[in-house]
Design a protein around this ligand. Structure first.
Ligand code: BJW
Length: 237
C-alpha cells in the first residue's frame, strides 16, 4: 500500500548538482573554512566581519543557481499527494531556496534561510537583499551592527523542532535525501522514525553514516535517483 503521509529530510546533496557545495565531501565548505570560525556564535562574536564575508560569498553564489530535477520531482510529488488527500512534508537542512523554486510549499528550513537576517539584539527576522554588513540597521529596533544571517550554527537550537517531531511522528514513510548523517538532531530522525515503526529509506550518492538504520536505500545522484523514486510512487498500482 502507498504511504499517505511522507516526511522527507533533505541535505546539501540534493542541491549539489545545482552547483552548491556540500559541506563534508571532497572540496566541501568545511574543507575550505573552519567550522568554529564561520558556523558558531563564538566565531561570529570573535570576528563578525569574517562571518558576514563567508555568507555574502554564498549569497552571491546562491543568487544564480537553479533547482534541479530532484527538487522539481519533490515539488511534483507534494502537489499530487496533496490533491489525493495525502501530505508530503519537506524538511530541509539547506539554507537555499531550491525546494521552493522546484515548486515545493511549506518547506521547513530547520537550519535557517540564507536570504534572511536576524537581529542579534531584538530577534526580529527579515528578508535581506544585497550585501550583509556591520553598518546595517535593524528595521524593528533600529540598532546597528546586530544583523546576523538567519542560520543555525553549531550549539544553537534548530528551528521548528516541535512541528518537525509532530509531522515525523505522524508519517508512514521517512525518506532522507542527500545528507551525510553527521549533524544532529537531523541525523537522529531515522532512529526516531524506526522506533515509531515508520519505514525508512535513504537516497544518497553513497551510504551515509546512518546507512545501517534504513530499511531501504537507493544510491545515485539526486537528480536521477529522486525523480526515479517519485515516478515509481506516482505510477498506478
Ligand atoms: C549527494 C550528491 C548528489 C553529494 N546526489 N547525494 C556529539 C554527539 C551528538 C551531537 C553533538 C555532539 N556534539 C555536538 C553535537 C550537536 C551538534 C552536532 O550534531 N555536531 C556533530 C557534528 C557531532 N549539533 C548542533 O549543534 C545543532 N544544534 C543542536 O543540536 O541543538 C540542540 C537541540 C537539539 C534538538 C532539539 C533542541 C535542541 C545545530 C546544528 C547546526 C548545523 N549548521 C550547519 C550550518 C548551517 C548554516 C550554513 O549552511 O552555513 O548546517 S553545519 C552544516 O551541516 C549545515 C548542514 O545543514 C549540516 C548537514 O550537512 P549535510 O546536508 O548532511 O551535508 P554533508 O556535506 O555533510 O553531506 C552531503 C551528502 O550528500 C553526502 O553524504 C554526499 O554523499 C551526498 N551527496 N552529492 C545525492 N549529487
Amino acid at each position: 500500500m502507498k504511504p499517505k503521509q511522507i516526511f522527507i529530510l533533505t541535505g546539501a546533496g540534493i542541491s549539489a548538482e545545482s552547483g552548491l557545495s556540500t559541506f563534508r565531501d571532497k572540496g566541501g565548505l568545511w574543507t575550505q573554512y573552519k567550522v568554529e570560525d564561520v558556523a558558531s556564535l563564538a566565531g561570529y562574536e570573535r570576528n563578525p566581519a569574517k562571518v558576514l564575508e563567508f555568507y555574502n560569498l554564498r549569497r552571491s553564489i546562491h543568487k544564480d543557481v537553479q533547482a534541479n530535477a530532484g527538487h522539481h520531482a519533490l515539488g511534483r510529488l507534494q502537489r499530487v499527494w496533496a490533491a489525493n488527500g495525502g501530505e508530503v512534508v519537506i524538511c530541509t537542512q539547506n539554507i537555499d531556496h531550491l525546494h521552493e523554486q522546484g515548486g515545493a510549499v511549506g518547506v521547513i528550513h530547520m537550519h535557517g534561510e540564507l536570504g534572511k537576517v536576524r537581529c542579534h539584539d531584538c530577534g526580529d527576522v527579515s528578508l535581506a537583499d544585497g550585501e550583509l554588513s556591520l553598518h546595517l540597521g535593524c528595521g524593528a529596533c533600529g540598532r546597528t551592527g546586530g544583523l546576523r544571517p538567519h542560520v543555525v550554527w553549531f550549539g544553537e537550537t534548530p528551528l521548528d523542532m516541535d512541528v518537525i517531531f509532530e509531522k515525523l511522528s505522524g508519517a508512514d514513510l521517512f525518506v532522507s535525501i542527500g545528507t551525510s548523517g553527521n549533524v544532529y538532531p537531523a541525523a537522529g530522525f531515522v532512529a526516531a522514525a524506526r522506533s515509531a515503526d515508520i519505514p525508512t529509506m535513504e537516497i544518497n550518492l553513497e551510504p551515509s553514516e546512518n546507512a545501517h538504520l534504513f530499511d531501504d536505500a537507493r544510491y545515485g545522484k539526486a537528480s536521477e535517483a529522486v525523480p526515479a523514486w517519485v515516478e515509481e510512487l506516482l505510477a498506478p498500482d
